[in-house]
Design a binder for this molecule. Structure first.
Ligand code: AMP
Length: 628
């Protein structure tokens, strides 16, 4: 009898160490670990202590005897109408050359490299070359603005930054290099070197003498002895990925090496039911965690082919994704509800036109999956659609219908059950008391978290403790999400419990946006809230109090504020609406009551406002949202 989900789950918690020791056999260890888990200093967990490995070796060298000619990367740029296939052998050669370039520029174990690139296969090669040397990458999403990039540079203090002349989306070329130049001017600790990948998209792309180098030119000359992988201890950081929290500065989620490799392969086998030699397509971007885990690391660790896609779901037409599935025989696909909602606006004939027979599953995550969207895609695609839930912090799913072990009946809207190793509970938001099925509370995990979960916040253990473990008397990992669990253990995630906005599956902190807006000289103060949006799940709405001396018309102010957010955070955070109001509702202690503002912005009742400092502020917000 095959093991059931429930049996395996119990084993993953009750016999944690033997469970993960067994899973760790899927990885090549240069030196075997001495202890499966070091949990002497809760909640800090170190997995496979003393073990030595290398991610890049596990993604490439190890597969070469068997898979040299197998496709490693299929790059499809719908924007440029181009497809490029890199075999494992070819990817290996490219990674070798990049690693040689990095090494010759002085990059070694523990050094940081920032990668600010569009969706091109070179981005994967750069990430892999970095971990081959035991260096730590921080990929910054190409849509982020210079100030935002500068913040990350100052936190990560990289030796190098790798970028391209430009990205392209929906036919529009966005030059990257000037953005990076600006970020390097703004940063207090800029890297000494910038490596440029020329795509030929921006003829005006200029180099700064003494700092900028052409990566392809340098790489071409690197044909010397192979660069051997640098074996690192399991808990050595492999990367930093910044993510928004409730306060202004993004947190650098730090991920280890050994635990991460084990958890990624485990997830492909046990959750995604994906097999070596098959083709995996995550439609995300390398700048997000889904991109790290399921465009780059997991598929290559598992000997699969990964699709790297540059484009939108609807260019040149809404059938493009399904034609890619057909042409490249995609077996497992991963996307976000927003993308499906965009497609749902189109005729389903586009989806039905292609032969998607190779596809076993479509996994969706990043934001709540509403039932109508689930039914639409399920009915039209006629493949198994699985909603699952996870976070930058976990690196792999926390809630899922674990198809690789036992596909249980699907309840639309529910990301289903705790994934192996995640001892999840729904608790009362203040006391942390566990709630019975049917009651809404906050989703938490009893530590230690399984391998692959964040090790800490880069350079800031205290922030790790405060942000994730400081909410309850008992030591519990705080997810930041509201959830409810039913009698059958199906979980439903109901949105954020903290002040984080989720736009199209991308996490934005209210603090970041407010700080950006307040940076405008005409602004006295601002509140940003997330409101329901048909397509993107949530959209940003800003309420802004201008300074008395500001001499802007409302239209000018709105345009200036949107531009300010574009310039400081990036266009993904641009408010859908900007309302100018005389005051923000605050408690007597001066705290802005965002929850009430959000309720009013969504046309709901603002609730009990008895602790308000200035009741007239509420009237001002109501008037603004009603268009007064
Ligand atoms: P990120 O770290 O940017 O991937 O964002 C993680 C957040 O996205 C979670 O904390 C949730 O708020 C949200 N999220 C991810 N997956 C789901 C899902 N299946 N259902 C509801 N919310 C989700």
């Amino acid at each position: 009898m095959p093991e059931t989900y429930a049996q395996r789950f119990r084993r993953s918690i009750a016999e944690r160490e033997s469970y993960w020791a067994e899973e760790a056999e899927a990885i090549h260890w240069h030196r075997r670990w001495e202890r499966v888990l070091d949990y002497d200093r809760p909640p800090f967990a170190r997995w496979f202590v003393g073990g030595e490995t290398n991610l890049c070796h596990n993604m490439l060298d190890r597969h070469l005897p068997e898979r040299a000619d197998q496709r490693a990367i299929v790059w499809v740029s719908a924007e440029l109408g181009k497809t490029e296939v890199w075999s494992y052998r070819e990817l290996y050669a490219r990674v070798q050359r990049y690693a040689a370039v990095f090494r010759d520029l002085g990059v070694g174990k523990g050094d940081r490299i920032i990668i600010y690139l569009p969706m091109i296969p070179e981005a994967l090669a750069a990430m892999m070359a970095c971990v081959r040397l035991g260096a730590i990458h921080s990929v910054v999403f190409g849509g982020f603005a210079p100030a935002n990039l500068a913040q990350r540079i100052d936190d990560a203090r990289p030796k190098l930054i790798v970028t391209a002349d430009a990205g392209i989306r929906a036919g529009k070329v966005t030059p990257y290099k000037p953005l990076v130049d600006r970020a390097l001017e703004l940063a207090r600790h800029p890297p000494a070197r910038l490596l440029l990948i020329r795509r030929g998209l921006d003829p005006h792309c200029a180099m700064k003498a003494g700092r900028d180098l052409d990566l392809a030119e340098l790489a071409e000359g690197k044909t010397g002895a192979p660069i051997e992988p640098v074996w690192v201890e399991s808990s050595h950081p492999s990367y930093i990925l910044y993510t928004s929290g409730t306060t202004g500065l993004p947190k650098g989620v730090q991920r280890d090496t050994g635990g991460s490799a084990v958890s990624l392969v485990h997830s492909l086998r046990r959750v995604y039911d994906a097999r070596p030699g098959e083709t995996y397509w995550a439609t995300s971007d390398i700048g997000w965690v889904v991109g790290h885990s399921y465009i780059v690391y997991a598929p290559l660790l598992h000997g699969m082919t990964t699709i790297v896609y540059e484009g939108t779901p609807v260019t040149p037409d809404p059938g493009i994704w399904w034609r890619i599935v057909e042409e490249h025989k995609v077996n497992v696909m991963f996307s976000a509800p927003t993308a499906i909602r965009i497609l749902r606006k189109q005729d389903p004939k586009y989806m039905r036109a292609a032969d998607v027979g190779s596809l076993r599953y479509l996994f969706l995550a990043g934001e709540p999956l509403d039932e109508p969207t689930y039914h639409w895609v399920n009915d039209n695609l006629k493949r198994t659609v699985i909603n699952h839930y996870w976070q930058t912090e976990s690196g792999t799913p926390m809630l899922a219908n674990c198809a690789g072990v036992e596909l249980r009946p699907i309840k639309p809207g529910s990301p289903s059950f705790p994934v192996f190793g995640y001892d999840l509970k729904v608790v009362e938001p203040v006391t942390g008391r566990e709630l019975p099925p049917g009651e809404k509370g906050v989703l938490v995990a009893k530590p230690p978290l399984p391998p692959g979960a964040l090790s800490t916040v880069w350079g800031n253990d205290q922030r790790f403790l405060d942000s994730y473990y400081g909410h309850f008397p008992e030591l519990l990992y705080y997810s930041g999400d509201f959830a409810i669990r039913d009698q059958d253990n199906y979980h439903f995630v109901l949105g954020r419990a903290d002040e984080v906005i989720n736009v199209a599956g991308h996490r934005l902190g209210t603090g970041e946006i407010e700080e950006a807006i307040s940076g405008h000289p005409a602004v006295a103060e601002a509140a940003a809230v997330g409101v329901h949006d048909e397509i993107k799940g949530q959209a940003v709405v800003a309420f802004v109090v201008l300074k008395n001396e500001a001499r802007l018309t409302p239209a000018e102010a709105e345009a200036a504020i949107k531009k300010q957010v574009d310039d400081v955070v990036g266009p993904i955070a641009r408010p859908r609406e900007v309302h100018l109001v005389p005051a923000l509702p605050k408690t007597r202690s001066g705290k802005v009551i965002r929850r009430a503002i959000q309720a009013m912005a969504e046309g709901r009742d603002a609730g009990d406002l008895s602790t308000l400092e200035d009741p007239a502020a509420v009237a001002g917000i109501e008037k603004a949202v009603k268009g007064g």
